[in-house]
Design a protein around this ligand. Structure first.
Ligand SMILES: Nc1nc2c(ncn2[C@@H]2O[C@H](COP(=O)(O)OP(=O)(O)OP(=O)(O)O)[C@@H](O)[C@H]2O)c(=O)[nH]1
Ligand SMILES: [Mg+2]
Length: 331
């Protein structure tokens, strides 16, 4: 098999093999398929932390401090910086990467940036594959960092065991900046920059927001089934100073508490079910779209439908239903 050499190096913990395999899964879905097929049985050991926050809330500083503590504990860490808004790997992320790499030895910390450069099957699919590679590589913890915007993040965070959202003292703009879908899957709110005035006020604002949300968020059956964890877990709120590592003991305690909750409540099995379902949907969306596009470009029958649609004797919904029938997918 084409990738077997690289995969055996990956499983032995060679960072260059990890880097190369990641490039393959980002750029080539057939490669992704082959690679994931081979490494899948070696995954499932990493704890996945999703971290988000509006620009400037201190994500990079926070993550650096977190990595430092985990590395001191002897853990191997993978960091995936996802920027769904940037057409290219952003300068800021790249700067962070260089700074972080200077801070840590390459053996224990693996950092990778991903941006939305037309990845096949979407960013969530690619991120999920990169998580698997870092898992098989032997990372104890994989941190997925994103900026606080967009639906793709909600999809990305469906892979995370624990979702941490950073906010800062001051006006509530940062709360506004986080999409409501993210709020609903947040396990721990962290008010960063606790050294600045207003940290406790921000904590009170978050509490208030959660109270307000509690009244309607569980009404949505779809959401509660998708994220059963939110029914049983009340999001924790804490404050830290990422610059000097103040109050990180408490934060780490909360992450541990959430991990124990997942395991002891049995919600972990629901999490796994959701994660696998979500991932499969991402892959299917890509594969089915590809199949349909193939059909649209090659099949004469469909050419006729398109002509009919132009003449207004067939509408696009009816045409889509006909295509579903042609694919043998009708109920
Ligand atoms: N006072 C104070 N400043 C902090 C703290 N954490 C981070 N900062 C500062 O806040 C600024 C932004 O921090 P970053 O870590 O770059 O924030 P970020 O969220 O990664 O920013 P983007 O990558 O641009 O989205 C920097 O000047 C940090 O030094 C903190 O706990 N207290
Ligand atoms: Mg940053």
């Amino acid at each position: 098999m084409e990738y077997s050499n690289l995969i055996s190096q990956l499983l032995k913990g060679h960072p260059r093999a990890a880097a190369r395999l990641i490039t393959f899964v980002e750029n080539d879905i057939e490669a992704a398929e082959e690679i994931v097929n081979s490494i899948y049985e070696h995954t499932g050991n990493a704890y996945i932390l999703g971290i988000t926050g509006a620009p400037g809330t201190g994500k990079s500083t926070f993550i650096s401090t977190l990595i430092k503590i985990y590395v001191e504990q002897g853990k191997k860490i993978g960091i995936i910086c996802v920027d769904p808004t940037s057409p290219l790997t952003g300068g800021a992320l790249l700067g962070d990467r260089i700074r972080m790499k200077q801070l840590f030895s390459i053996d224990n910390v693996f950092i990778r940036s991903m941006a939305n450069r037309g990845q096949l099957g979407g960013l969530a699919r690619a991120t999920e594959d990169v998580i698997k590679i870092l898992d098989a590589y032997g990372c104890d913890i994989v941190i997925v960092e994103t900026v606080g915007v967009g639906q793709s993040e909600v999809d990305i965070f469906k892979s995370a065991h624990t979702v941490v959202v950073l906010l800062v003292p001051g006006l509530g703009d940062d709360i506004q900046a986080i999409k409501s879908g993210i709020m609903e899957i947040t396990d721990i709110f962290v008010v960063n920059k606790m050294d600045l005035p207003g940290a406790d006020k921000k904590i009170a604002e978050i509490q208030q927001m959660l109270e307000f949300k509690k009244n309607y968020k569980y009404d949505s059956k779809e959401i509660s089934e998708k994220f059963a964890k939110i029914e049983q877990w009340t999001p924790e709120i804490t404050k830290v100073n990422s610059k000097i590592g103040e109050n990180f003991d408490e934060l780490l305690g909360l992450i541990k508490k959430h991990k124990s909750f997942l395991e002891e409540s049995g919600v972990i099995s629901n999490y796994l079910k959701n994660r696998i379902t979500n991932e499969t949907i991402q892959i299917l969306k890509y594969k089915l779209t590809e199949k349909v596009e193939e059909l649209l470009n090659s099949d004469k029958e469909i050419g006729k439908y398109i002509d009919q649609a132009i003449k207004k004797s067939l509408d696009p919904y009816s045409m889509a239903n006909l295509i579903i029938k042609m694919l043998g997918l009708e109920k």
